[in-house]
Each structure stands twice: as structure tokens, then as C-alpha cells.
Design a protein around this ligand. Structure first.
Ligand code: COA
Length: 161
């Protein structure tokens, strides 16, 4: 099934797998399209080599293009989501929910019992995703993020498995 087919909702389900070092260029491209400060391919390669790094990708079929990824830093029993992103043209199709469900299931299988994250207070899509996946707000950091217009609060969230 082509990317177009997947995006139109037909055909086979998106494929989920562990991220590998050879994905670094794709992850950097999606990250740069998603955040003010992109991380380079070398940063992803270094992060993925760390023992504490656990990352998964969602692809357009088993041999297809990477459509999104999620990366957590794990020190059992705690995990922290460092970043999650879906490539812009594949957003709004529910892929992030499938990706994050898969990721949390794999973390739980490794003994993680709590997942933490921080998200910009104005990031409606991300907040909706996290709430749907069972995260609850535990605090706020005032003016934590620099944005194009100034600063933005960080919402601190956690999910207990
Ligand atoms: C956040 C992100 C990963 C969501 O991925 P996605 O696959 O497009 O998300 P979904 O299609 O599953 O939608 C998630 C929720 O956001 C909602 N949503 C999607 N786009 C939206 C928008 N532009 N405005 C408001 N809500 C939106 C969806 O309706 C859904 O809500 P629901 O669960 O109540 O139905 C994606 O938008 C992204 O990569 N953003 C840039 C990177 C980013 O902000 N990452 C999070 C950092 S903490």
C-alpha cells in the first residue's frame, strides 16, 4: 500500500517497529519539520545508541517510509518521553495514538510503571493525544518554552501503568 493509500485510510495497517541507527536521517527530517529547534541526524544517532533510549517508529507498511516516531529515556521503573512527532502530511489520521500505545506497551513489558512528559500548554493536538492515552496533568512550569511570540508554559504530565 502506498503512502497515499495509507493516508486515505485504505489497505494495510501502518507498521510499527523499534527505531534503529539507520533511521536517524529520517527522524531528524521529521523532527525539524515539527519543532522550532530541530535535532540533527548525528544527535539522533547518539541518542539511539544510549542504553536508556527506547524509540519506535510508525511506517507506511513493513518496508515503507517512516511517518512518525517516539523516543523515551528509561531508567526502570520510570520513563520520560523526550520527543514524539508525526510527519506533517500524515497528521490528523490517528497515527500518533497507535504509535504511543505501542511504545507504552513495550515500555511496560520492560518494567516501566510510570511515563512522564512535558508539553507546550498551547499544543492542542499533543494534549488531546496524551489525555486520550491516559496521561494526567501534574503541574505547570511558567514561561518554560521560548516561542516565536515570546514564551509558553509547559504542562507536566504523567501516566501510571
Ligand atoms: C502531536 C502529534 C504527534 C499528533 O499526531 P497525529 O497523529 O496528527 O494526532 P492524531 O491524529 O492522533 O490526533 C490527536 C488528537 O489531536 C487532535 N488534533 C489533531 N490535529 C489538531 C489540530 N490541528 N488542532 C486541534 N486538535 C487537533 C485530534 O482530533 C486528536 O484528538 P482526539 O484524540 O480528541 O480525537 C502531531 O500533531 C505532531 O507531530 N505535532 C508536532 C510535534 C509535536 O508537537 N509533538 C508533541 C510534543 S510534546
Amino acid at each position: 500500500m502506498s503512502l497515499l493509500g495509507t493516508l486515505l485510510g485504505g489497505g494495510k495497517a501502518p507498521h510499527l517497529r523499534d527505531a534503529r541507527a539507520s533511521d536517524s536521517v529520517d527522524l531528524a527530517r521529521i523532527h525539524a519539520a515539527s519543532f522550532h529547534r530541530g535535532w540533527g541526524a548525528d544527535e539522533f544517532e547518539r541518542l539511539l545508541a544510549e542504553r536508556a533510549a527506547h524509540a519506535h517508529v510508525i511506517c507506511d507498511g513493513p518496508d515503507g517510509a517512516i511517518l512518525g516516531f517516539v523516543l523515551s529515556h528509561v531508567v526502570v521503573p520510570e520513563g520520560e518521553i523526550l520527543t514524539i512527532a508525526i510527519t506533517p502530511r500524515a497528521r490528523g489520521k490517528g497515527l500518533s495514538g497507535k504509535l504511543l500505545s505501542h511504545h507504552l506497551g513495550r515500555l511496560a513489558a520492560r518494567g516501566v510503571t510510570t511515563s512522564h512528559l512535558e508539553v507546550e500548554a498551547g499544543n492542542t493536538a499533543a494534549l488531546a493525544l496524551y489525555r486520550r492515552l491516559g496521561y494526567g496533568e501534574t503541574g505547570r512550569r511558567k514561561a518554560y518554552y521560548q516561542t516565536a511570540d515570546g514564551t509558553c508554559d509547559a504542562v507536566v504530565m504523567r501516566r501510571d501503568f
